[in-house]
Design a protein around this ligand. Structure first.
Ligand code: PEP
Length: 257
């Protein structure tokens, strides 16, 4: 069975108390998967900044199953200084993060992040030894205008200054904007097509092989079909990652547990 990456983006949800609750439930749900976690299953959660500290502490108290990898949802590329409202890479590292989501469509569309800014964040994250989870994907208008591959190509080529070794350290997450938080997932064929294209593009840019997740309304009932596609290495999950039960059922459904 291939390795599955199950990553949960909590967005602007989950207080500290709710985060502790998630970790309590997580133990019960994940214990049957304890032997799999870290081998053919890699689980990560991305709480809001304010809950990273309690998540890191709660993770330390898990005994009967490995803790999920901890990541942040964003970071700034400058090391410190007058950047009100921003958080540095050293700060998220300090609180226990090893991963960080960058380029999420909500950052691109609501907060105006450009390909150039995101590329700077990716480079700074790699330089600090953290894993960027690089999100990209087309809007509905772009898909309907047959521009999906052009958009995806532009977003990925924004990373072309990176070395092959750096490109291989990134986890890529293809997230069509029209599928995020809408309940309307891409079909497995649509997701497979763009994930396979992304892998070819990364290879053209010099990487030998890369990990590509699909994100966009992944739930327990559509996960098996999506995760069975050969170009899809896992899922970046938003809404369905807020409850440990639903989140882990995404993997359990795929693995037939
Ligand atoms: C996301 O925010 O990355 C995401 C995929 O959200 P959802 O699963 O809720 O569509």
């Amino acid at each position: 069975m291939k390795k599955i990456y199950l990553y949960g983006n909590w967005k602007m949800n989950m207080t500290q108390e709710e985060t502790e609750g998630f970790y309590k439930d997580f133990v019960g749900q994940a214990t049957p998967l304890a032997a799999t976690m870290g081998k053919t299953l890699e689980v990560a959660v991305f709480p809001p900044f304010t809950s990273l500290g309690v998540a890191a502490s709660a993770a330390k108290s898990l005994v009967s199953c490995p803790a999920p990898i901890l990541g942040a949802q964003n970071v700034y590329f400058e090391p410190k200084g007058a950047f009100t409202g921003e958080v540095s890479i050293a700060m998220i590292k300090d609180v226990g993060c090893t991963h960080v989501i960058l380029g999420h469509s909500e950052r691109r569309t609501i907060f105006g992040e450009t390909d150039k800014l995101i590329a700077k964040k990716v480079k700074a994250t790699l330089d600090a030894g953290l894993v960027p989870v690089f999100c990209y994907g087309e809007t509905l208008a772009e898909r309907e205008g047959n521009a999906t591959f052009d958009v995806v190509s532009r977003q990925l080529r924004a990373l072309s200054a990176l070395s092959p070794a750096e490109l291989e350290k990134i986890i890529y997450a293809y997230e069509p904007v029209w599928a995020i938080g809408t309940g309307k997932s891409a079909t497995s064929a649509e997701a497979q097509e763009v994930c396979a294209y992304s892998k070819r593009l990364a290879e053209e840019m010099g990487a030998r092989s890369v990990t590509v997740l699909y994100g966009g309304s992944v739930k327990p009932d559509n996960a098996k079909e999506l995760l069975s596609m050969d170009a899809i290495d896992g899922a970046l999950v938003g809404g369905a990652s807020l409850k440990a039960d639903t989140f882990l059922r995404i993997y359990k459904g795929y693995a037939g547990i």
